[in-house]
Design a protein around this ligand. Structure first.
Ligand code: SAM
Ligand code: DTB
Ligand code: SF4
Length: 350
């Protein structure tokens, strides 16, 4: 049976040898395979658009070597308390207006305190009422905490494995790989969709990129969203002077993620600010179909909105509408977006 006629089934039994063989394919063959898979599951000209907001910035006790928010590294970040709900909602309104469909709230915590859960739940409810999908990333979650967020209506929880189990100890020592997997299981158990990926360009080998994707693709359920971050090298962090990752290796990582997890949204995540338009378009061709939109990630810059609008327009990419059944699904997905302020796709201007 060739690929075009194979059934649309998801595999959870990928082997390391199969994944390494995909990485080793000639570039054109790998991209062709990824694009073929992509077209069987998604509209290749549609990209899901999320916006990030840091709701609690800096002084995190963890030691993740890539992260500007760890209190162990002097990165010049001030400390901020948990943001007030109204400020979060004002930011979410802006995101909606700009054409985003998902609002992702991030906190620089090892894990949330139970006393913060009421405010976090209020943020989720408020953002959902605006008609946006909700996502949070707050560190490790206990089962009961996950249930509180699920009851508030949280759609997605982001918790990355970051790298392979083998390389993990080189990057983070204050929590284990297994603790990451435990949080992912707690999130799933509570009925929240999983957003889980990692970072490349941290000095890891190809075998580690393969190992990271092997872990993700052999989870009991594939994460619905798979963010692939290219390390943002922040002065003051231990990884500030890491050499560049070869761009084709970055695109290969996206392509392999697409092939292994065909029904998941693969997000071209952090690192776009330093990528050319041509590299981003190769990532889309390799099967990336989600981005963070807005001029800031959590604490570091993201491309200017005008540049992303121009890129979408020149590539003929449409921002995806909300899924069926959502308050603003299909035609009404971006009620406030206009051609001047947001990612509105106007074929006449393409
Ligand atoms: N503290 C929570 C946690 O670690 O799960 C949530 C926020 S944390 C900043 C979310 C994710 O951002 C990390 O897991 C990591 O994958 C990504 N990240 C952080 N700093 C980064 C950087 N400099 N470059 C690329 N990705 C980064
Ligand atoms: C993810 O995988 N990447 C986002 C989001 N999930 C939370 C975070 C990227 C952070 C980049 C560094 C910063 O802006 O602080
Ligand atoms: Fe803290 Fe998250 Fe940064 Fe690690 S990645 S230092 S847990 S904010």
């Amino acid at each position: 049976m060739n690929q075009a006629t194979a059934p649309l089934s998801l595999r959870h039994d990928w082997t390391r040898a199969e994944i390494e063989a995909l990485f080793a394919l000639p570039f054109a063959d790998l991209l062709f395979r990824a694009q073929t898979v992509h077209r069987r599951f998604f509209d290749p000209n549609e990209v899901q658009v999320s916006t990030l907001l840091s709701i609690k910035t800096g002084t995190c006790p963890e030691d993740c070597k890539y992260c500007p928010q760890s209190l162990r590294y002097d990165t010049g970040l001030g400390t901020e308390q948990l943001m007030e709900v109204e400020r979060v909602l004002a930011s979410a309104r802006d995101a909606l207006e700009s054409g985003s469909t998902r609002f992702c709230m991030g906190a620089a915590w090892r894990s949330p305190k139970d006393r913060d859960l009421g405010v976090l739940a209020a943020m989720v409810r408020g953002v959902k009422e605006l008609g946006l999908e909700t996502c949070m990333t707050l560190g490790m979650l206990e089962p009961a905490q996950a249930r509180v967020l699920a009851d508030a209506g949280l759609d997605y929880y982001n918790h990355n494995i970051d790298t392979s189990p083998e390389y993990y100890g080189e990057v983070i020592t204050t929590r284990t790989f297994q603790q990451r997997l435990d949080t992912l299981a707690n999130v799933r158990e509570a009925g929240i969709k999983v957003c889980c990926g990692g970072i490349v360009g941290m000095g890891e080998e190809r075998a580690d990129r393969a190992g990271m994707l092997l872990t993700l693709a052999t989870l009991p359920g594939h994460p619905e969203s798979v963010p692939i971050n290219l390390l943002v090298r922040v002065p003051g962090t231990p990884l500030a002077d890491e050499p560049d990752l070869d761009s084709f290796e970055f695109v290969r990582t996206i392509a392999v993620a697409r092939i292994l997890m065909p029904a998941s949204h693969v997000r071209l995540s952090a690192g776009r600010e330093t990528m050319s338009d041509e590299l981003q378009s190769l990532a889309f061709l390799a099967g990336a179909n989600s981005i963070f939109y807005g001029e800031r990630l959590l604490t570091t810059p993201n491309p200017a909105c005008a540049d992303d609008m121009s890129l979408f327009r020149r590539l003929g990419i449409r921002p995806a509408a909300l899924p069926h059944g959502s308050a603003h699904a299909e035609g009404a997905a971006m009620p406030l977006a206009t051609a001047d302020t947001g990612l509105f796709y106007d074929a006449a201007r393409a």
